[in-house]
Design a protein around this ligand. Structure first.
Ligand code: AMP
Ligand code: GLY
Length: 423
């Protein structure tokens, strides 16, 4: 089979890496890919913001299956367009992906379906924001309704700051159209958890859970980023909690979407906070996580292609995934200045040495390749990933791999997985 993966980040490199191991896959293509992906798969140029350009890539390749990495093309309706043309594609339609592309839709849906989530108010104007603000005690979470590439959430320390943030979002200054509507939300405390399931529109089966590290600095300090690292270990979710999350979150979502006429097929990513009152949903994503996918695929023993096909053919079952009991950890190596302004085009050294280590894979995120050398091309540059029999082993391994790599301005967190170690 020919498989086309859409996207250009670390998540897509991890998907390509795993799909290439499938016996049933003859060739993996990626549109547009990055330096690391293009070294192992055939990359075709494409513009992720243009469905025409992605369709053109698919027409040229004629893939047997297309897998969509990022949310942008899903929200634009890539699945609808491909299906209309008879092209097999893995992921939700635009109507189903609204669970990610509109926070107000997701919140209203969760209330209708009685899925546990933080109290909220949707505001279309400053008048509404002022009127609703009294219901919340600081800190108050202010979210842009639309897609904002991880930059649409501000945790305001006071009502004044919350109003000022809402005002900036609503005026369009901060995030353009994505902020034309805002959601105010009660602040929740607890550990975050990324819990993903595969759905065929009716049945669901869980994947192993992972934990992301969103803040740029050690000890969860500094601004939010797209994710500075992640780990996945069996102890993150025990059998009882996994069943609870399937029965009280994942199944009700899939059943509710079906009932409301927008069947949900693909990966459903449930972003949770494990509060003292129990798990609460922070957000849904209509796709795999980045960087969570990197440690997750390292633990996957079974064939990823088979799972995607089961979803697209409406026969998802608990046998679709087999996992190892290993621990896996990903550390993101970022450009100097990220998540603020950063420079690109810095040569990367030590990649081969790190990649050659046993049980280590270096997934590329923002890189390009020229004349056999790699250069930085984004904020998150690499996702160094290691597996080990337990978390301490995986952590030690991943950091000794990180130490082999360098580029001008490189920085990374030194405490990925550290909180789980303490427990
Ligand atoms: P989201 O895009 O909704 O996942 O929000 C991005 C990040 O903001 C989350 O990963 C959390 O760290 C934080 N966050 C969002 N909503 C809340 C909330 N209600 N309470 C506490 N933290 C939140
Ligand atoms: N790691 C968070 C996300 O993929 O949205």
């Amino acid at each position: 089979m020919k498989v086309l993966v859409i996207g250009n980040g670390g998540r897509e490199h991890a998907l390509v890496w795993k799909l290439r191991q499938s016996k049933r896959v003859d060739q993996v293509y990626c549109a547009p890919g990055n330096g690391g992906i293009c070294a192992t798969a055939e990359c075709v140029p494409a513009e992720l913001r243009s469905l025409d350009s992605l369709l053109e890539a698919a027409h040229r390749i004629q893939p047997d299956l297309t897998v969509v990495g990022p949310e942008g093309p899903l929200a634009l309706g890539i699945v609808d367009e491909f299906q209309r043309r008879g092209l097999r594609i893995f992921g939700p339609t635009a109507a189903a992906a609204k669970l990610e592309s509109s926070k107000s839709f997701a919140k209203e849906f969760m209330y209708r379906q009685r899925i546990p989530t933080a109290r909220y108010a949707t505001c279309n104007s400053m008048d509404e924001a002022r009127k609703n603000m009294d219901q919340f005690r600081a800190p108050i979470v202010v979210k842009a309704d639309g897609l904002a590439a991880g930059k649409g959430v501000v945790i305001a320390k006071s009502r004044e700051q919350a109003l000022a943030t809402a005002s900036e979002m609503l005026s369009g200054k901060m995030l353009g159209e994505a902020g034309a509507r805002v959601v105010l939300e009660e602040f929740l405390e607890g550990d975050e958890l990324s819990f993903l399931v595969l759905s065929d529109g009716e049945r669901v089966t869980p994947l192993v859970a992972a934990q992301d590290h969103k803040r740029v600095g050690d000890g969860d300090t500094g601004p939010n980023t797209g994710g500075m690292g992640a780990y996945s270990i069996p102890a993150l979710v025990d059998d009882k909690m996994r069943d609870w999350l399937v029965n009280h979150v994942a199944r009700p979502v899939v059943a509710g979407m079906r009932e409301e006429g927008a069947e949900y097929r693909g990966i459903l990513y449930c972003g949770l906070i494990m509060t003292a009152r129990g798990p609460m949903v922070l957000e849904f994503n209509a796709r795999f996580g980045d960087p969570e996918t990197q440690p997750m695929v390292m633990r996957l023993n079974s064939d990823l292609l088979g799972a995607f096909i089961a979803s697209s053919e409406g026969r998802v079952s608990d046998g679709d995934f087999r996992w190892s009991n290993d621990a896996a950890v990903t550390v993101v190596l970022a450009s100097g200045g990220y998540p603020g302004a950063y420079e690109t085009g810095k040569q990367i050294f030590g990649l081969e040495e790190a990649d050659a280590m046993e049980n280590v894979v270096v997934f590329h995120a923002g890189t390009t390749r020229r004349d056999g050398a790699y250069y930085t091309a984004g904020g998150r540059v690499l996702g160094v990933t290691a597996r080990g029999a337990d978390l301490p082993t995986a952590i030690e391994r991943v950091y000794s791999a990180c130490a082999k790599i360098r580029f001008d301005g490189m920085h990374y967190r030194k405490d990925i997985g550290a909180r789980a170690l303490k427990k």
